[in-house]
Write a protein that binds this ligand. Sequence first.
Ligand code: PMP
Length: 355
Amino acid sequence: MTGPSPRDDIRAMSGYHSPQVEVAVRLNTNESPFPPPTAWVEELAAVAGRTAWNRYPDREATGLRAVIASRHGVEPGNIFVANGSNEVLQTIMLAYGGAGRTVATFEPTYQMYAQIARVTGATVVSGERRDDHTLDAREVRRVVSEHSPSITMLCNPNNPTGTVEPRANLEALLGATDALVVVDEAYAEFSEWSAVPMVNQHPNLVVTRTFSKTLSLAALRVGYAIAPAAVVEALSVAVLPYHLDAFKQAATMAALGHVAEMNERVAVICSERRRIEEGLGALGLEVFPSGANFVLFRTDDAPAVWNGLLAEGVLVRDCSGWDRLAGCLRVTVGSGEENGIFLGALGRVLAGVRG
Ligand code: PMP
């Protein structure tokens, strides 16, 4: 007996997998190496105790949106919160993408854009980055004028390449289309500039952020969009009712009381990133300059290097099988100790691979 058939296009998709292997040094999913502040963890029992567990949560997440809004100098009506920025992106695609519509990405970029767009039934068109992964404003204009996408995705800094997007590319994009432009700023805190101050000048600009990276809360699953109020209203229609549980709303508000402490770690990560970039360069590898908490580099034999690192107890991301990323591995910036272990292990592995 065969089971029920999913949609043909869903069956053809492979999903998004990052192998979760138990190793001593996990540098594969761009998380923060630091746990959240102990004071916040200690507050959580009280937060749970205050939660009205028999009631549905505040559907509008009024308190949380107000706190996030004040952090960015916008109105609560400009904030949409969901379970991780992936759910924010999915909601955007449900409301503005879907069947009969087109979503544009500039490859290589975060694979979930194309994946979520296809799941919602949209057609995906890809613009191309140059070999060094930078993007040309002419290419941005070409994609928009040839395909008239309903949503165009920019990732700044770009995952998995680390590339900081020049502001001119966003300006070119906003000059070329009135349709939705999404700037995914999952790694903005590690970078040079943000599009957030531009949101209120453009009725079609949305910026997405996450608590998973700088704020050390990947396990909590919280992300948000800063967007024109009309866009937030459309997202609220597309998302499920009560999607954001009451404990999460309160725990996230409590976490925002510790932002200063979490932000202090950004400087540590950025200086460790420089150390990794220099270490990789000293090993004779091609390194792509990064504005994020990870570094992409190229080796002659990526699977052998990936396996060699794993044998040394270090897990990085093997991107070498992805289109346009032949030979590439991506390492997340870990703690100083972890980065030292990674660089030492990589030196030994390369010596073995190079013979
Ligand atoms: N955008 C980008 C560019 C990412 O790299 C990630 C995390 N891998 C996300 C969004 C999703 O993050 P989260 O759902 O944890 O907020």
